[in-house]
Design a protein around this ligand. Structure first.
Ligand code: PLP
Length: 462
């Protein structure tokens, strides 16, 4: 790869960044002490930084996003052509790519029917919450307005999304939050709240029923859940969980909102995470992998039943969905998304995700027998977490700085891996792996070898 930045230009870029950019999620002291990592080029799974260093990106752009890999001229060309032809028109007007992508998306989502466009995962979730709230007003006099969310789940960064945040570190110091959001217990069996219980999945789901009954079924209108919790620990809900959730939602007339911002499109080897579990959602939100980071786009998808609840009613002139997202009218997003989806199909990437996912899962599982600090390995498709512990018996979490040392040691071996959100012990000790869906067998081996080496290096210091 030919990096065409002159050395003095690189130092200028770094100075400009240090002087002017407020980076995401960065502790403040680092702005003065650490040179920013500037990524200048990408191809496939590989990225090059400003010093010309090549790395394998095992986290798809840091946050589970670049599902079809870097350097896709096909997507860039489609976006360019679309922008030159017609870049933007919002409000009640449509566009060719928006209509065609919605049609293709709905084909992949049996039972779903309508696509509402916006720009980010947080925004897509806010739209879903507004839909649930407005239904509460239209049908239940405003009473059935509460939205349940689960411990450890994350749904975005806006104040409304943080009101439904199951990760205390993300929400701390940004309150007060709007009322009407109520948490339910997480479903991570490895950290069971009830000891060694039979049917943990059913037990955890029954907690949702308990909360609904405590709050009053006539006050709970919806529940938002990640199909597989991502930043909160890469948690695949155990057997029995989803069937019980579905049954409870039906019983108490609670709208089921699945947040697919990380799992869609294709990350688990199905188009969407919920499709692994036979769930029938009322609302589905998605963002990151919809256009693999080539353009900003998110979607809030609903069933026809939900859409129908907004039918014109002469007695309620405010009864239609009174929402707009200016850049939901930008055509770059759906143009990129159409091409992104076509690549997943043309290159059979769902199948590749299943095959390479099994290889990655087996490789990570094998690390358990080699490293005492590997407590639990969880995941599916190309979406895995490795929970690190100081003691396997007590399951005491490995401290955050030691987990960060493992991430750094993998980086020193040329592989970028992630860790779950910095927060309380038990939340911040899981390594995250989510390579692009195009990963080859050799690349998966390289990723596992780098983690193996990193665990050996850090394990020797403990
Ligand atoms: N939902 C989930 C499950 C996420 O992981 C994220 C971001 O990481 C979001 C929502 C928020 O998406 P965005 O950062 O695009 O607003």
């Amino acid at each position: 790869m030919n990096i065409q930045i002159a050395p003095n230009d690189i130092s200028h870029v770094i100075e400009a960044d240090k002087a002017n950019v407020w980076h995401h999620l960065m502790q403040h002291a680092a702005f003065e002490t650490v040179d920013p990592r500037i990524i200048v080029e990408g191809k496939g799974l590989r990225v090059w930084d400003a010093t010309g260093r090549e790395m394998i990106d095992a986290v798809s752009g840091g946050v589970w996003t670049v599902n079809v890999g870097y350097g896709r001229a096909r997507i860039a060309d489609a976006v360019r052509d679309q922008l030159v032809k017609m870049n933007f028109f919002a409000a009640a007007a449509g566009s060719i790519p928006a209509a065609l992508f919605a049609e293709r998306l709905i084909e992949k989502m049996p039972g779903m029917s309508r696509v509402y466009y916006s720009n980010s995962g947080s925004e897509a979730n806010e739209k879903a919450y507004k839909i649930i709230r407005q239904i509460a007003h239209k049908r239940y006099g405003g009473k059935k307005h509460k939205i349940l969310y689960r411990e450890r789940d994350y749904h975005g960064t806006t104040i409304g999304a943080l009101a439904s945040c199951g990760q205390p570190e993300r929400a701390a110091q940004y309150g007060p939050f709007p009322p009407g959001f109520v948490s339910v217990p997480h479903c991570l069996e490895y950290r069971s709240q009830w000891g060694d219980v039979p049917d943990y999945g059913v037990r955890a789901a029954r907690e949702i029923e308990r909360v609904i009954l405590e709050e009053g079924p006539d006050t709970v209108g919806g529940i938002v859940l990640e199909p597989i919790t991502a930043g909160g620990g890469v948690i695949v809900p155990p057997e029995g969980y989803w069937e019980t959730v579905q049954e409870i939602c039906t019983k108490y007339d609670v709208l089921l909102h699945i947040d697919e911002v990380v799992c869609g499109l294709g990350r688990t080897g199905q188009w969407f995470g919920y499709q692994n579990f036979g769930i029938k959602p009322d609302l589905v939100t998605m963002a990151k992998g919809v256009a693999s980071g080539y353009a900003a786009i998110s979607c809030t998808v609903t069933t026809e039943r939900v859409f129908d609840m907004f039918k014109d009613d002469p007695s309620d002139p405010l009864g239609y969905f009174r929402d707009i997202s200016t850049f939901g009218g930008c055509t770059a997003g759906p143009a990129a998304a159409l091409e992104n989806m076509a690549i997943i199909e043309d290159e059979d990437l769902l199948e590749n995700t299943l095959v390479r996912g099994e290889q990655l899962g087996n490789g990570l599982e094998a690390l358990k027998s080699r490293h005492a600090i590997v407590g639990d390995v969880r995941g599916m498709g190309l979406f895995w977490g490795v929970e690190l512990v100081a003691d396997r018996e007590t399951r005491e979490p490995l401290p955050e700085k030691t987990v960060a040392a493992v991430v750094a040691a993998a980086g020193a071996r040329g592989v970028i891996i992630g860790m779950t959100n910095r927060s309380l012990p038990g939340y911040n000790n899981t390594l995250c792996l989510s390579p692009a869906l195009i990963a080859t067998a050799a690349e998966i081996d390289t990723i596992v070898e780098a983690i193996d080496g990193a665990l050996t290096e850090v394990g020797a210091t403990l």
